[in-house]
Structures are given as structure tokens and as C-alpha cells.
Design a protein. Structure first.
Length: 369
């Protein structure tokens, strides 16, 4: 099937000369003015390979045809060669600015027109071929990207489940239900979102918050290696036992180091920060490194408050759950250590959400009895 060329000129002789010149190579269709041209474009623009367009015509001129083609996105698909008796340079410039591909002045040379039509058609066919190829490759890449994203999300969910299981193992060793790590995750999320809202300088993007929350169950992973005689002791620990218990932070980091490469670099960094530093205190009296103030990673600061409050409102082997209002006041009074004043403000503003979460878990526990 031959390419189709539309010749537009109000002078029949000109159309005839061009039709003869191009007819041996192309299927030629003709229009005598802009009205006929637009009607043809409306009905069969998909099949037109190129257009030769006169500018000065009765009724609707060549400029109006170009305006119509530009408005309907046809100039990107159909190359237009203007053939006009207009000799002014600004006319040619105007046409090129409107999207015309080439400009030939009358009287024209048939050989020149044939060559220019061929070059234009070949160029646009190659251009369209490349665009089709790019569109196809783009679609393929988008499909692959969707697949990769789905696989990445599946891996992320699997890793998060593994982390939750590891955290739950520790909770069961504490003779607890495993609910504590779930509460810590939710408390951490509430506090982090409030901190992000109030203090943008923390850099708590939604993505970073998601990583902190996902890594929070690993805060006590080091308790896996703590002896039962200390971990499950119902009474107060001796000084020696407490020093031994404190090693769960560094032991946890040793465990995380052994499985390095399992997760993303950011996830491993944040999980390490949380595991090692969630018992640091803002006044520098925490452990294991005695960090103070904002030297303590924000991830560890967030989990520290979430873990401390969660421990207060939970049953433990050494105590019963403390009423949530009293637990709230204990955090404010520094009975569980000193925290960032800014995060304490966030905690105050999040009190209702914290206590509603405690109530939900209490109701859930009652329904299971």
C-alpha cells in the first residue's frame, strides 16, 4: 500500500502538475480550498502521509488549515510542506513557527518538490517509527517497573513480618503476649507523625517514619541472649544483674551485624540506632554510650518514649499494668528517664491517641478471655 499525499491548492493546474509529479510514487488526493481540506482531515487524517499546502485560497485559507491541524494535534503526525507565491521572509518564518516542515516558493521546480516530499515523508516515517518504538519500550518498562514494585512490596512485607516475629520471640521469652511490640509500633508512628508536623527539622519524611516504625520491633532483640534467671526475675534486679541486663542493647547490635545485608542500608542503619540507643537519656545518663540531647538519633528517641509508655501500661513479670493516666504523668515527670522537651510536647499533644490505643488493646484482651 502506497503512502497517501494530500495536495491543497485552489488552482487546478498547480494541483495537476503536482499530482503528475508525485503520482508514480504516492497515492494522491486533492482539495481545492481549506474547507475541503478540513473535511478530508476529519475523515481520513490517519491515512495521510504528507500534505502540500497553498496559503492563499478562497473561503478558508492555508493559515486556517494550519490552525485547525495545530489545535487537533495533527501537525505532529502529518508533515506539511507549504507551496506559496508569497515571497516575504516573514511569511516563511510564520509558517515554520506554526509547525510547517518545509516551505517551497512558486513557481516551483518539480524535481525539487519530489525530492523534498520524499525527504519529508522518509524523515517523518522514521520519526514515527522511533516514537512507536519508544512508546513500546516505555510501556514494557512501566510493566516491568510495576512488577518490580510489586515484588519489592512483597519483600518489604515479608521482611516486616520477619522483624515482627523476631520481636514477638523476645516478648514470649518475657512471658508476654507479643502485643507490646505491636503497641510500640503504633505509639512510635503516632509520635513520629506529630514530631514531623511540629518540627520539620527532624527530617521525618513519611518514608523515614515508615522505616522507623517497621524497625521498632527490633529494639529489644538483644534480650534473646539474656539468661532467663535475669530476664524473668519477678523482683528487683541486683546491681550486677542490671548491668548484665543492660548488655541487651549491644548484644542486639551484634545480632543485627550478623544479618547485615538482609535489608536496605537505611533500614539497617535505623534498626541499629534503635537497638543500641533506645535506653539513652536526654540528660546523658542512659546507656550504653551515655549520649545526650540531640546526639541521640531521633529514631531511638521516638522508640524510647513509645517503649517506655507501652511498658508502663502493660503487665510485666515484675509488675501489673499501670493506669494510663498515671503512666502519662510518669513520662512527663521523668520517672522513666529524661526525654527531649520537643518530643514531650509531641507526646502531650498525642495523649488522646495514645490512650485510645491502650483502650483498644484492653478491649481486645477482654474479648479474648
Amino acid at each position: 500500500m502506497r503512502e497517501k499525499v494530500l495536495i491543497v491548492d485552489d488552482v487546478e493546474l498547480n494541483r495537476g502538475i503536482l499530482a503528475v509529479a508525485l503520482g508514480d510514487k504516492y497515492e494522491v488526493i486533492q482539495a481545492a480550498d481549506g474547507v475541503q481540506t478540513i473535511d478530508i482531515l476529519k475523515s481520513e487524517s490517519e491515512g495521510i502521509t504528507a500534505m502540500l499546502l497553498d496559503l492563499i485560497m478562497p473561503n478558508v485559507d492555508g493559515y486556517a488549515v494550519l490552525d485547525y491541524m495545530r489545535e487537533h494535534g495533527l501537525l505532529d503526525r502529518i508533515p506539511v510542506i507549504v507551496i506559496s507565491a508569497e515571497s516575504a521572509r516573514d511569511v516563511e518564518v510564520k509558517c515554520l513557527e506554526m509547525g510547517v516542515t518545509d516551505f517551497v516558493r512558486k513557481p516551483f521546480d518539480v524535481v525539487t518538490v519530489r525530492r523534498r516530499v520524499k525527504n519529508t515523508v522518509d524523515l517523518f516515517m522514521y520519526k514515527n517509527h522511533l516514537e512507536d518504538k519508544v512508546r513500546l519500550q516505555t510501556r514494557e518498562l512501566e510493566e516491568k517497573n510495576k512488577l518490580f514494585q510489586a515484588q519489592a512490596e512483597q519483600i518489604r512485607e515479608t521482611n516486616e513480618k520477619i522483624v515482627d516475629v523476631l520481636g514477638t520471640v523476645v516478648e514470649y521469652r518475657n512471658l508476654e503476649s507479643g502485643e507490646h511490640i505491636k503497641r510500640v509500633k503504633e505509639f512510635t508512628n503516632i509520635l513520629a507523625e506529630k514530631a514531623a508536623e511540629k518540627y520539620p527539622e527532624y527530617g521525618l519524611t513519611p518514608e523515614k517514619i515508615a522505616v522507623i516504625v517497621a524497625a521498632s520491633p527490633l529494639h529489644d532483640i538483644g534480650k534473646i541472649v539474656i539468661k532467663d534467671s535475669v530476664l524473668l526475675k519477678p523482683g528487683r534486679l541486683t546491681d550486677e544483674e542490671f548491668e548484665y541486663m543492660k548488655t541487651h542493647t549491644t548484644k542486639g547490635c551484634e545480632i543485627l551485624t550478623q544479618i547485615a545485608g538482609t535489608w536496605s542500608e537505611e533500614y539497617e542503619k535505623i534498626s541499629y540506632e534503635i537497638c543500641r540507643h533506645h535506653h539513652e537519656r536526654y540528660d546523658g545518663k542512659g546507656y550504653p554510650d551515655g549520649l545526650a540531647g540531640e546526639d541521640i538519633p531521633i529514631s531511638a528517641q521516638l522508640v524510647s518514649i513509645a517503649d517506655g509508655y507501652g511498658a508502663l501500661v502493660s503487665d510485666r513479670v515484675y509488675k501489673k499494668a499501670i493506669e494510663k493516666g498515671k503512666a502519662y504523668q510518669m513520662i512527663l515527670d521523668g520517672e522513666c528517664g529524661t526525654f527531649s522537651p520537643r518530643l514531650i510536647e509531641c507526646f502531650k499533644e498525642s495523649r488522646q491517641e495514645f490512650e485510645e490505643l491502650v483502650c483498644r488493646y484492653e478491649m481486645k484482651k477482654e474479648n479474648q478471655i
